[in-house]
Design a binder for this molecule. Structure first.
Ligand SMILES: [Zn+2]
Length: 349
């Protein structure tokens, strides 16, 4: 065997081994991409079985900016199709980017809460109708989910906790204790927008519990958390409503006591001081991550730069990628800094 042959053999085998290693690494973990859609939501879950769930699609317009960013995340995850697209509710920053995404990338099934309940709002009607047109094309499957339903994904367990203004009637397993944050507090007035209709779910992956409630408002948080917490503690909280004032009550946040919170705020949308402080002061919090520096938060209500994907100024849409392992360990990668922070399986506080 001459040296030339060995070189050729090595140059073929090493990349192959790397490929096997990469596939192996992703086959046991759950990856979650927090795509920057400038104050909307687009969160992509990819399970170890290779199935995918996209929660919301960002805004319309901007030459398909948000759809392009979602496609980039899907390609980074090695996907050739998004199996499920879950629409939390029918506001423009959640379902608006859907037609552009559908033009660019194959989608299997849509999941939503049913009818649009905000038919008096023109922008909401517009994006709702565009979504209905896609559904009527006959190219996609469609599931209307109710509280208590399990999502059909393989590789992680997802239970719907809120939809169309209703919440689960009983505590989930591992939940059910009295929530001290409800004592002396009152339920917020009813929200009449689509926000309160948000389809929210709890994902369980090994020892980890991950909560995404879309833009669910404080009145519905109360129904979920008071006087008894129907959800229990969570490890990772996808911050409701971009960190805006109408959501993220102490009853919710202290009740779920997340270890890590990830906020899909924009520079000029969300990240409001009130909800920000509630998260920062919640009893088990190790880190809050923000997709953007919040102008409203200013110098006193923003996290250190290493936990921000997009600091002040124009941005190319940096994202976070959370990789979760079944033993309860997980890590968060910031695509701007290229740094990864690892979290142990046990709470440190
Ligand atoms: Zn929103």
């Amino acid at each position: 065997m001459n040296r030339g042959f060995l070189w050729v053999a090595a140059s073929l085998v090493v990349p192959f081994l790397c490929l096997v290693w990469t596939a192996g690494a992703s086959s046991t973990s759950l990856r979650i991409y927090f795509v920057d859609v400038e104050g909307g939501q687009a969160t992509l879950f990819v399970t170890p079985t290779g199935q995918s769930l996209l929660v919301d699609t960002g805004w319309p317009g901007f030459n398909g900016r948000d759809a392009d960013r979602i496609v980039a995340a899907a390609k980074d995850a090695g996907l050739s199709k998004i199996d499920y697209v879950l629409i939390t509710h029918f506001h423009m920053d959640h379902v608006g980017g859907l037609p552009q995404l559908a033009e660019r990338f194959p989608i299997g099934t849509f999941i939503d809460h049913g009818e649009n309940r905000e038919s008096t709002d023109q922008p909401t009607m517009q994006v709702w109708q565009a979504y209905q047109k896609l559904l009527q094309s006959g190219k996609y499957k469609h599931i209307i989910a109710k509280p208590g339903d399990k999502l059909p994904l393989t590789g992680m367990d997802d239970v719907v906790v809120s939809a169309d203004g209703n919440v689960i009637s009983k505590p989930l397993p591992a939940a059910g204790g009295e929530n001290p944050a409800c004592r002396g507090a009152e339920q917020a007035p009813a929200d009449t927008t689509e926000n309160a209709r948000s389809l929210g779910f709890l994902a369980t992956f090994g020892k980890l519990r991950i909560l995404d409630l879309g833009d669910l408002t404080k009145d519905k948080e109360w129904d979920l958390m008071c006087p008894v917490s129907k959800i229990g503690k969570v490890d990772i909280y996808i911050v409701s409503h971009h960190g805006w004032q109408q959501s993220g009550s102490a009853q919710l946040v202290d009740g779920i006591s997340p270890r890590v919170a990830i906020m899909d705020n924009g520079a000029k949308k969300g990240g409001s001081p009130g909800p920000w402080e509630i998260i920062e002061k919640s009893p088990r919090l190790e880190n809050l991550w923000q997709l953007h520096y919040s102008e409203e938060g200013g110098s006193t209500h923003n996290v250190p730069a290493e936990f921000i994907a997009n600091p002040q100024g124009p941005d190319p849409g940096h994202y976070f990628r959370l990789t979760a392992h079944k033993d309860g360990t997980f890590e968060v990668f910031n695509s701007r800094t290229k740094q990864t922070k690892k979290y142990s399986a046990e709470a440190q506080k």
